[in-house]
Design a protein around this ligand. Sequence first.
Ligand code: NAP
Length: 249
Amino acid sequence: MAIITGGSRGVGRGIALRLAADGAPVAVNYRRDVEAADEVVKEIAAAGGTAVAYQAAIDDESAVAAMVESVRRDLGPVGIVVSNAGSASRGSDVAGTPEEEFLSLMRVHAFGPIGLIKAVLPDLRAADRGDIVMISSNSVAFAPVRSAPYTMAKAAMETCVLTLAREERRHGIRANIVAPGLVATEMGRRLVRTGGKTIEDLDATYPFGRVCRPEDVAGAVAYLVSADGSYVTGQRLLVDGGGPDVPLF
Ligand SMILES: NC(=O)c1ccc[n+]([C@@H]2O[C@H](COP(=O)([O-])OP(=O)(O)OC[C@H]3O[C@@H](n4cnc5c(N)ncnc54)[C@H](OP(=O)(O)O)[C@@H]3O)[C@@H](O)[C@H]2O)c1
């Protein structure tokens, strides 16, 4: 079975639908929007799959521990963990960003996910195969201005995942990173609004005539956790159409 954090909308919703369609029972984690999480669960059930929604803020250690216990009780041992939940930083430059914002983004994108992974490691190690997939961002490679708390936290977590790949392969665990560029989700729409644009404005200027969709990211995750991905670990798979050749927005 698979836990997808932030599975209630956007990229996480796409991953939950895809892994469920590929046959995995799915735990759909969300933070606030229970209606959205319930919609995903209903959509999976209507298509013949199995899914349950679980509320827990990823940066709340005791809530995450309680969620993992509930998931095990309801759906059995965890075989796949997709660390996807996240939010952007507020858009200040480094000079104007208080320490608390750096810490907050580190809790959401690094310390929280590490806590979740540690909580499910006994299940992953006990199985013939376990998978850890982190949803990062292609921005880690080019450090855009006014997003240091977000980019730093993603970079920190990427390093941890690559370390896990080496440490845990002796236990049959694969650990990989999927790094999208801009994706057409609420987060993506908010980001482009700050530049006075919409995703639809940008579609024609993007590689292959469109901004990345959640299904594109989900396809990469599905490959990594499939039998075809079983000899792939410690990789960072970019899902950004080959990268921007013009300013993003
Ligand atoms: N969109 C992009 O352009 C883009 C590009 C590169 C990478 N990414 C990465 O892709 C991932 C998903 O982003 P998205 O675009 O799908 O974002 P989104 O549309 O804003 O959805 C975010 C999801 O994460 C959940 N969430 C947020 N903070 C949480 C927390 N502290 N604990 C638990 N759940 C939390 C939300 O649940 P609630 O609604 O219940 O709060 C929601 O399900 C993120 O890691 C993001 O950094 C996005």
